[in-house]
Design a protein around this ligand. Structure first.
Ligand code: UDP
Length: 235
């Protein structure tokens, strides 16, 4: 399978990392490490932004002032980052963990130059801690990290096949939109990817693929342009 993009940033939301056994699902981490390894073997330079919705979401912690709630959300992404790094290393994949909220001895600070150097050597760079700032999401972090390491695309792993032209729960005839521009995405008020993230991506002509991860090889297929909905991608 030939790659459409060689340097890519994979966004893994918390919702696909959690499971029945608890907020962190062993099977999910092992699966994603395998997917990342497969893409790397095919020649992709992959960095990853992990979400944190499986651990904590700022908006759901209404008993705390918002800044504290969002901070817990960002710290949740760090749990996912530590676990993902371990699963990557266990599969023999060199991996580096950088966090916008660094923890000495656990996750080093985000450094785009060091990240690029590592990526060029075949190391997978996992970014945790979101942007480091409250009131935004890890989708925005994914776009910012992609731009700062020179990734050509953001691949957002999802539970659904892509963007639909209508609510598939209510309209059985709803279809997956194969391609649309950043502006169209925003004008339609779609919500699968955070609007702020899509706006920044649009300003910088960074394409985004929303794709379903329902079987092995899905990440590689998305990297080959054979899966999901593409936002942008002409520039
Ligand atoms: N968050 C934040 N700033 C960021 C990224 C995340 O404050 O730059 C907080 C926010 O409260 C969010 C939570 O961390 O709800 C978890 O991130 P997100 O919802 O993006 O995770 P995902 O939906 O991808 O699992």
């Amino acid at each position: 399978m030939s790659l459409r993009w060689r340097r890519a940033l994979l966004k893994i939301s918390g919702e696909v990392l959690g499971g029945k056994e608890g907020p962190l699902d062993k099977g999910a981490f092992s699966f994603y490490a395998g997917e990342i390894g497969r893409a790397r073997e095919a020649g992709a330079e992959l960095s990853v932004v992990v979400g944190g919705g499986n651990v904590a979401r700022g908006a759901a912690l209404a008993f705390l002032p918002p800044t504290a709630g969002h901070t817990l959300g960002m710290l949740g992404t760090l749990l996912n980052g530590v676990a993902l790094r371990e699963f990557l290393l266990a599969q023999g994949i060199p991996a580096l963990l950088m966090s916008a909220l660094p923890v000495e001895g656990v996750a080093e600070p985000v450094d785009p130059w060091r990240a690029r150097e590592a990526l060029a050597k075949g190391t997978v760079v996992v970014f945790a801690g979101g942007t480091g700032d409250p009131f935004v999401t890890t989708d925005t972090a994914a776009v910012i990290r992609a731009l700062s390491v020179g990734a050509e695309v953001v691949l957002k792993a999802s539970k659904v096949p892509g963007l639909f032209d209508d609510d598939p729960q209510r309209n059985p005839k709803a279809r997956v939109i194969p391609k649309l521009s950043h502006g169209e995405y925003l004008a339609r008020g779609l919500r699968v990817m955070d609007g702020a993230a899509v706006a920044i991506a649009g300003e910088n002509s960074l394409p985004i693929v929303i794709f379903q991860v329902d079987r092995e090889g899905a990440v590689l297929e998305a990297l080959s342009g054979k899966r999901g909905s593409l936002i942008g991608g002409d520039g």
